[in-house]
Design a protein around this ligand. Sequence first.
Ligand code: AGP
Length: 609
Amino acid sequence: MCGIIGYVGPKNVIPVLLDGLKRLEYRGYDSAGIAFLHQGELQISRSVGKIKELENTLWGRDLGGDIGIGHTRWATHGRPSEENAHPHVDCAGEIVLVHNGIIENYVPLKEKLTGEGHRFTSDTDTEVIVHLIEKYLEGDLEEAVRRALREVSGAYAIAAMWKGDPDRIVGAKCSSPLVVGFGEGEFLVASDIPALIGHTRNVLFLEDHEIAVISREGVEVTTLEGDPVHRTVEQIPWSPILVEKGGYKHFMLKEIYEQPRAIRDTILGRYSLEAGEIYLDGMEAVEELLPFVQRLVLVACGTSWHATLVAKFLLESLCRVPVEVDYSSEFRYRDPILNPETLVLAISQSGETLDTLVALREAKTHGCRVVSIVNVVGSSIARESDGVIYTYAGPEIGVASTKAFTAQLTALYLFALYLGRRKGCLDTARVQELLAALLRLPQLAEETLQCDDVVERLSHLFYQRSDFLFLGRGINYPIALEGALKLKEISYIHAEGYPAGEMKHGPIALIDAQMPVVVLAPQDRTHAKILANIQEVKARGGVVIAMGTQGDTDLFSRVDHHVAIPAINPHLAPILLVIPLQLLAYHIAVHKGCDVDQPRNLAKSVTVE
Ligand code: AGP
């Protein structure tokens, strides 16, 4: 997820672009760059790191201009570097372009364009677009963009400029967002409203396969086929503060609602339903080991460690390979028994957790290959791994991990299908069946988010309690742990997750009317046993909040409160079940007046042991 902006108008374009990029920095901050026309010359400045670094490169230079584009990057293809930073240029250095999204067919396009003589200077997917525009440019930038976009597949929001047409910026969109701003004699395009709010509240949201041309004269919107589009301009009611969070009160709530997109983006371009195949780039160094791997060891911390517990169920069930999971901080002191036939997976949102980085290094001293699943391209754990599977959740600002977690589970599910194919445990038909279930997940996650109001009302009943117990069985037991961790870390209420079947061996002594018991009870093969556990709690005067499958009236009749989630393949149930638990923790913390996005004592990335 990146941020793009374009401006044309009477103001000095440089501060407009820099301020807009700062307001989009939550979308990515690996590198940044701007391009603008100054006295007829195209000026480009790019830098690795946050917008501040870019400002430093421009400081003190006598520059100005009234038209320009800018970009702040969240790397997907190509590590964070100046040559991979946007804007990207054509061979002649006269066309510049910024892009947010993923071009799925960039490899064949790059090969074809290279064969036609185009010279590439980056590892990004984006660069193929600007060379396609160059290929088709015959005096009309808009037409060249139109022809170029007909050749790409995947997600894009772009803004392009050409030195030969110094008064216009061409924007276009497919899957990634692009908003047009209508000011007084000034016009903008941007990835999100925060970048526009300082200049105008009058906006138009482009729809897929539409092109917007902005100039001092105004805005023209057409379809990719060239048909004119007439749509009303809306007025944004948000305050600038709300705008930073896209209208949500906290980044954590925004990120909970971004989960369907994060899941979708993590799946995008990595499967063929027809062939029953999974495509994971970045696995070249471990490919030859996969069919023979005898054991998997998974290491992580916190929420990411909960993802490894879910992965144990997935991988053992689908790939029939023994899986051990360990806290990263425990792993290296265990004197682990490892050998080259053991594949180690390191899971980390930040890719900088020192405990996990050190565990990865320990595994490598034993000759193990390491595959990491991380959300930050080019992070330390990614760089030191033999293989990397990126999650495309975009930057996660809230300290409590939400969208990165469900993206990790999505990536682990993809990896299980990938490994199962290579170990010969999953045939084409079985992969097609499991893949079809995965492709329904983003929509089912959207539907699950509709439980927000029910959960908010529940949080109002229980936010003053001092203890919670979360219970789950099988693949959902790790989600009980995750629900407890979410509640602990943002509301400071003591909570623990426990295997439901284990409760009678001790924790049942805790049951009373004051401690709410949250039970994960989807309709799967442990359902009858969970119902018995619920009876055990109720028989001792406990209060039960059940997360169950829509229509499960038998369950709902036995508990005090319930939240219903859509029916889903049991392997994927954890991804839906965690959503109401995230919302429960969030709303309780808000009711308690806690600092949801930056809870006390915590940091987003723990880079100490
Ligand atoms: C999760 O909500 C916490 N913020 C924390 O447990 C986190 O998951 C843990 O520190 C691991 O971080 P990582 O995924 O970046 O390695």
